[in-house]
Each structure stands twice: as C-alpha cells, then as structure tokens.
Design a protein around this ligand. Structure first.
Ligand SMILES: [Zn+2]
Length: 469
C-alpha cells in the first residue's frame, strides 16, 4: 500500500468510520510477531511482546505486537515468545579451516609447527570452497549473519557467501612466504586487488586485504597495503598483538616498539584496520587504538585454548573502542558461532578482574552485535533492530529445556544458550534457516563433500606422519 493510501486509511480509521485493522493494512514481505524483541539500539529497548516488520531487505517497523495489526504479509513468523534479536556478527575467522578442525589441538607452537606446513600441503580452491560451505552452514545455524574472514582464494569463499545469502567481509591473505595462491607478498597484494575489483559493488560482500600479521610481512608491504586500502576504502584485517613471538620480532625490527605502536609508527594504524586478538596491549596502545578508530576482534575461546592470554577487551569496550566478538578459525576456537563464546567471554573477564559484576551479560550481547558492527564499520547498516537497518535477524528458542525459564533474556543468552537454540536466521530480509532447516543450500550434500575431503586430509597428513599430530 502506498504511503498516501496508508495515511488516508489511518485518517478514516481515526474518524471512527472503520476499525484500524481492517483498513490500515500495509503489505510487507515479513512479519515477526509475539516476540521478546531485544533491539540492541542505543537505549537497549526491549519489547516483551514485540514485533519486527520487514519489507525488502530492510526493517520498516519495530515495536509492541499491536503494531503488527497495521501490516499484512504472506510470511508471518509468530514466534510464541521466543527471543528476537539482531543477527550475530563474527568479527574474525578462517571459515575454510573447518576441514582441519580437531587436528593437533594441543601441539605447542602450533601455527608454525603444524598449521603452516599443513596448509602448504592442502590449501586449494576446492579445500577453500568445501570448508567455507560447511562453515557457512555452521554459522547460519548458530545465528551468525555477518562474518569477517581471512584466508586464501577468498573469491571461492565469496561464491559460497553469495550462494547461501550471508553477509561477509572477506580478506585475501598477504604473507611473505609462498602460499597456495601467491608466491610472495606482492602476488598476494595483486590477488587481493583483483578480488577487490571483482566484489567491490556486491551488496552483501565487502572485499578486503588481510596481511597475516605484522611479523609475517615486511614494513614495506604493510605500508603499501595501508595506502591501497585508504585509496580504495576497503578494510584491512590483521592478527595483531597476539603472541610473544610477534612481540619480540616487532621489537627487534622497531627499536623496542609494541606491535600496536609499530603499526602506528609506520602509518598503518587507521580506521580501515581490524586487529584480531589484541592481547598484548597496554594503556598507551589502547589510546592509539581509540584515536585511530580501528576495529578490534576479541576471540576469547581461541585465546584461552592456546594459552596466549586474555585481551583487555573489557577495558577497551568501556573506553568506547570499536570492539566485537570473534571465534577465530575452526582450528583455533573450534566452533564458529559467537553464541558459544558468550559464556566464556563473560566468565573469564570476571575471573581476570576478580569481580563477579565486571562483565554483565548485556555487555557481552552488545559486543556480539553493535560492538561487532562498529568493529567492522558497519554500524549504520547492521548490529541492531532499528527502522531503516538491514533485516539481519535471529530467533532464539526459549522453549528448549536449557532455556526455561527466561527471567532475564541477556542472562539466558549468555549463561544458558548454545548455538543449537537458534531457531530461525534471516539475512537481508531473506530466511536462510527456518526451524533449523537450511533453505538456500543443501546441508547434507555440503557435509558429505566435507567428509569426503577429510579422506584427503587423513591420507596426505596423518598417515604420512610428515606433520606433527
Ligand atoms: Zn585468526
């Protein structure tokens, strides 16, 4: 119905000539009703009995359930009191590595002794596509609607994202040694530039540079990427302030600077940067991070599993740094849904701060939604349920035994929920998962293909004994 007709109908109804419900009935694409709506807007408005109205790929109304009467739709999700909230945003992963999940979890110095050699043998276009397909399904089923990825052959990841209907920031890796899709950093930059050119106008995919880390790239490479990213206005994703090895190598290179100060000193700390981990940062580093407007990806489960340490993420959040939750890759985290991070993020920060009240659940949910949107500079488009924003929405089952009862929805999400409690996932106004059934891809075929690929992994790596298990 046109705005004019709606206004006329409202006016007629207002005169008492007709009941409002029978006339002011705007046709929209999707109505979600009878929901406990967590908007995650500035005021953290909650509608205990609420509705979200979607038309096209945008949210056109959010409010109490009575609002739904003004609209009609062929698709109505009456969610019977379930939690409706913004889709989760995973700010850091390597989605294709699902096919390596559970290999060598406890090998010391694992990245250099195990993962890099493993990737040298097995990364290919096929591997990237197969792993991404599986990881995408895992994320949609876990309520992730947007993710940020760093890997090789990102154009293959992009095809899988396009197909399933998710939103993603995809960073093509640049690293100084030979890898599957580039012989050196220069070729990596070229690959990234081609990828950026190919996807720069895609509505759901943001192509990006992904220099692996400061110490695995030269100063010149990092500077060149920083310059190109500003010219093309694309993100740069990097592992930053993650390990003592990195800290030592960078200190040697820069007369004792921390990784963050080094990046600042070479002109590579800017608003386009998204730093993953940020464990080894002090107060001066945090000031620089804040000033630069860069984003931060906080990957608790990966950081504690690898015993690398706990990022002062809470301190950064409290100082208005753009910070969101990430899972890291499935060899690190090992799951890809940020719901499974919630519990750990809340509890570890309490423990580290020796304060039960240090990390209230609402902060964790904010970091998984608006905080993550800010980290990726997408806060104008996603991260909250507000009129005009893109319709990335998830519905959490509140009838599952582990979710009953829900006195406080934020507590229930952080301390009780798991990724299997996600009932529906909507991205860009389109339902990608309904009642846990994938609607845009064939989940069984994807699982079968991934399992088939594990035979290659087993034969080339495990049985050969060439790589430490
Ligand atoms: Zn990572």
């Amino acid at each position: 119905m046109s705005l004019k007709r709606t206004l006329l109908a409202t006016a007629i109804a207002g005169l008492g000539l007709l009941p409002l419900s029978s006339v002011a009935n705007e046709k929209v694409d999707l109505i979600i009703t009878d929901a406990m709506v967590l908007t995650m807007n500035q005021d953290k408005t909650v509608y205990e009995n609420g509705t979200v109205i979607v038309d096209g790929n945008k949210i056109v109304a959010v409010g109490d359930s009575s609002l739904a009467k003004q609209y009609s739709s062929d698709t109505v999700l009456d969610v019977d009191g379930d939690i409706v909230m913004p889709g989760l945003i995973n700010t850091h992963t390597h989605v294709s590595m699902t096919v390596f999940r559970s290999l060598a979890d406890d090998v010391p110095d694992r990245l250099h002794r195990y993962i890099f050699p493993l990737e040298a043998k097995l990364v290919s276009r096929d591997m990237v596509r197969i792993g991404a397909n599986l990881g995408n399904v895992e994320m949609v089923k876990g309520g992730v609607t947007t993710y940020a990825d760093m890997y090789y052959f990102e154009d293959e990841v992009a095809k899988t994202v396009d197909k399933i209907g998710m939103r993603a920031v995809l960073g093509e890796t640049v690293i100084k040694f030979p890898v599957a899709d580039a012989a050196n950093a220069e070729e990596g930059i070229q690959y990234a530039l081609n990828f950026i050119e190919q996807y720069k106008d895609h509505s759901r995919i943001t192509p990006a540079f992904a220099p692996h880390a400061p110490y695995t790239n030269t100063t010149e490479t990092l500077q060149k990427i920083a310059k190109l990213s500003l010219e093309k206005d694309v993100p740069v994703m990097i592992h930053l302030a993650e390990s003592h090895r990195e800290q030592e190598k960078i200190a040697e290179r820069s007369d004792g600077l921390s990784p963050v100060k080094y990046m600042d000193s070479i002109g590579a700390l800017n608003k386009n940067l998204v730093g993953a981990h940020m464990i080894l940062v002090d107060d001066e580093d945090i000031e620089l991070v804040k000033k630069s407007q860069m984003g931060v990806a906080h990957n608790m489960s990966a950081n504690i599993k690898s015993a690398k340490g706990v990022s002062p993420a809470l301190k950064m959040y409290d100082q208005d740094v753009r910070i969101g939750l990430g899972t890291d890759g499935p060899m690190s985290g090992n799951t890809l849904s940020t719901i499974d991070e919630f519990n750990q993020v809340a509890k570890v920060h309490k423990l580290v701060n020796q304060d039960r009240a240090a990390m209230p659940p609402i902060k964790v949910i904010d970091m998984a939604t608006m905080g993550a949107a800010k980290a990726l500079h997408m806060e104008d488009k996603v991260g909250s349920l507000e009129v005009g924003k893109l319709a990335d929405i998830i519905v959490i089952d509140t009838k599952a035994p582990n979710m009953v009862p829900v006195y406080n929805p934020y507590s229930a999400l952080v301390y009780s929920a798991n990724s299997a409690n996600v009932r529906h996932t909507i991205v860009d106004g389109k339902i990608l998962m309904k009642d846990r059934n994938m609607l845009t891809v064939d989940e069984d075929a994807i699982r079968k293909e991934a399992l088939e690929f594990t035979k290659v992994v087993r034969s080339t790596v495990i049985e050969s004994g060439e790589v430490v298990q």
